[in-house]
Write a protein that binds this ligand. Structure first.
Ligand code: PLP
Length: 337
């Protein structure tokens, strides 16, 4: 048996999703004529209480466009040191936006208003880059799927408003966060200036991410997307998968979370595991006594694919294509490793 726990991006479209893609009405989206793309953008915006949306090929692109929209060259943004926008987007903050990054050391990637406050630079002093944007990630990938609640976000949003800063959410796994916290998507629109949601992670669509913001921001974001080469033509086939995922795949995410907990419960009992981080959603991070590389090889010999996130840390991610029999198989394999 092969069990792929490397990422929730490895899922293949379900039969229902393929059917929806097959029947999609499409047009040229660069001309604004793809009605399925338009429908996905409207649906996602409404869900999160935002005015408008922009469908893009990747979460990296929606994040980078948001940063471009909310900053000017020479500005600074503040984010956690584990954040995807800083660590895993190829230096795009500097390359695309000519912006510097102030990194904070949050709790499993979660930062607070108290931490952010003293790090905001005065716009008056020419020595300092002007702080213009705060970026949060929910769930935090490198934090092991840790979540912010709306109650955590509110004081940060209030601080941003008070100081005239923009607030962007990297919500690549926002639906996992909502499943865990019970917060409502529609409330997010009150607090964020931009939200990037991914349809190709836990939701199981093959491609894409939607940037949500007000109409003026999305108008500018459309221009930036074009410049980055992200203007797609008959993208409705992909958007149809996204609409299908929003309708059918959010309600089942608690299954992925339960699977992650089962794996963590077994890992805690393994003598070759040093430490298992708390599991809130679909990501399990654990530290190994032997180098991760050695353990990954042993797992691979049993057909279990995973990735390391550090020399002695391994990540398992559960998703739509991980079924109960596979979880059972992995539990048994972990016992025998
Ligand atoms: C938290 C987070 N943000 C953004 C992204 C970027 O998404 P994409 O791979 O679609 O560029 C990822 C990808 O794994 C992610 O984990």
């Amino acid at each position: 048996m092969i069990v792929d726990l490397r990422s929730d991006t490895v899922t293949k479209p379900t039969a229902g999703m393929l059917e929806a893609m097959w029947h999609a009405e499409v047009g040229d989206d660069v001309f604004g004529e793809d009605e399925t793309v338009n429908a996905l953008e409207e649906k996602a915006a409404k869900m999160f209480g935002m005015e408008a949306g922009l469908f893009c090929p990747s979460g990296t692109m929606t994040n980078q466009i948001a940063i471009k929209c909310f900053t000017q060259p020479m500005d600074e943004l503040i984010a956690d040191q584990t954040s995807h926008v800083y660590r895993y987007e190829g230096g795009g903050i500097a390359f695309n936006s000519a912006v510097s990054t102030r990194l904070l050391n949050g709790d499993r990637g979660r930062i607070t208003a108290e931490m952010i406050g003293p790090e905001i630079n005065s716009a008056e002093n020419v020595h300092y880059p002007r702080t213009s944007l705060i970026v949060l990630e929910n769930t935090v990938n490198k934090g092991g799927g840790s979540c912010y609640t709306i109650a955590d976000i509110k004081p940060i949003a209030e601080l941003c408003k008070d100081k005239g800063l923009k607030l962007h959410l990297d919500g690549a796994r926002i639906f996992n966060a909502l499943t865990h916290t019970g917060d409502k998507a529609v409330d997010y629109g009150k607090y964020f200036d931009g939200i990037s949601i991914c349809i190709s992670k836990g939701l199981g669509a093959p491609v894409g991410s939607v940037l949500l913001a007000d109409k003026a921001t999305i108008k500018y974001a459309r221009r930036v997307r074009k410049v980055l080469g992200g203007g797609m033509r008959q993208a409705g086939f992909l958007a149809a998968a996204g609409i299908y995922a929003l309708d059918h795949h959010i309600g089942r995410m608690n299954i992925d979370h339960a699977h992650a907990r089962v794996l963590a419960e077994q890992l805690v009992q393994c003598s070759w595991v040093k430490n298992v981080l708390p599991v809130d959603t679909n990501i399990v991070l654990f530290d190994t006594i032997e180098p991760a590389e050695v353990v990954l090889k042993k797992l691979s010999n049993k057909g279990i694919k995973a990735n390391s996130t550090d020399t002695h840390r391994i990540r398992f991610v559960t998703h739509l294509d991980i079924h109960p029999d596979q979880v059972e198989y992995v539990v048994k394999a972990l016992k025998e490793l």
